[in-house]
Design a protein around this ligand. Structure first.
Ligand code: NAP
Length: 248
């Protein structure tokens, strides 16, 4: 039986590219989405047409009840979880810290940080040998922003990703002897719709000259690293923060 993998926020962008690649490498993939059911179903259909196994599962990762229901659906429909990619994430429109309201900060940390913790918790409960599981791997999708800070644009987002980096190192060491490997990727400027969602549709083009490689990356270039970190090829790699940023 194929190993079961949950990718949060897999209806488009880096998550969708990771779902397609992981399915080609033999994972049964739960394609999570928050609102765009059609996009998630399109990803699932593409995987099935290529001979893979996939299932679309709705849940806002910032909502604990929805997260619990999602994991129960995966348990029932796909079987025992062996992989998690904490990919779902949001940005906001450019703002300075001195103008950020409480609602913005709560949304940013709720989805990007608490959502990742909730999914990691549920994954560890299923994977860790301490809980009777058979082991597994978790990859958190952080950002180069965690080390750059995103001044004048979204320091809140960068700080949320900084929390993900720290969670990655801490959780990795916590469950290292229980058969669970935890790592993170830190993408740089990647060509996806996230920039338009933050009101900056040309962000990758505009900032590309600042990238040592002089270009943005593709979702598939990030997916390659994520799927490797999930795989047995990465069997001695834990607690690493892998930059996929063209040198940015
Ligand atoms: P994207 O194209 O905007 O896709 C975001 C995905 O997350 C969508 O599938 C969306 O699904 C889902 N999502 C949003 N809020 C959610 C929630 N509350 N619960 C569950 N799913 C939710 O983003 P992306 O560029 O692929 O980014 C993926 C990850 O990479 C994020 O964590 C992002 O911070 C990180 N990253 C991206 C870049 C970049 O340049 N693109 C750079 C560094 C890091 P719905 O549409 O259904 O809501």
């Amino acid at each position: 039986m194929d190993k079961v993998l949950l990718i949060t926020g897999a209806s488009r962008g880096i998550g969708a590219a990771t779902a397609r690649l992981a399915a080609r490498q033999g994972w049964s993939v739960a394609v999570n989405y928050a609102t765009n059911a059609q996009a998630a179903e399109d990803v699932v259909r593409g995987i099935r047409e290529a001979g893979g196994t996939a299932l679309a599962v709705q849940a806002d990762v910032g909502d604990e009840a929805q997260v619990l229901a999602m994991f129960q659906t995966i348990d029932t429909e796909l079987g025992r979880l062996a992989g998690l990619v904490n990919n779902a994430g949001v940005v906001d429109v450019p703002a300075r810290v001195d103008s950020m309201g409480l609602a913005r900060l709560q949304r940013m940390f709720n989805i990007n940080v608490i959502g990742s913790f909730l999914c990691a918790r549920e994954a560890v409960l299923r994977m860790s040998t301490r809980h009777g599981g058979g082991g597994g791997a978790i990859v958190n999708v952080s950002s180069a922003a965690a080390r750059l800070g995103a001044a004048g644009q979204y320091v809140d987002y960068a700080a949320a990703k900084g929390a993900i980096d720290t969670m990655t190192v801490g959780l990795a060491r916590e469950v290292a002897a229980e058969g669970v490997r935890v790592n993170a990727v830190r993408p740089g400027l990647i060509e996806t719709d996230i920039h338009a969602s933050g009101g900056l549709p040309d962000r990758v083009r505009d900032l590309s000259p600042q990238v040592p490689m002089q270009r943005g990356g593709t979702a598939n270039e990030v997916a390659q690293a994520i799927v490797w970190l999930l795989s047995d090829e990465a069997s001695y790699t834990i607690a690493t923060l892998m930059d996929i940023s063209g040198g940015r």
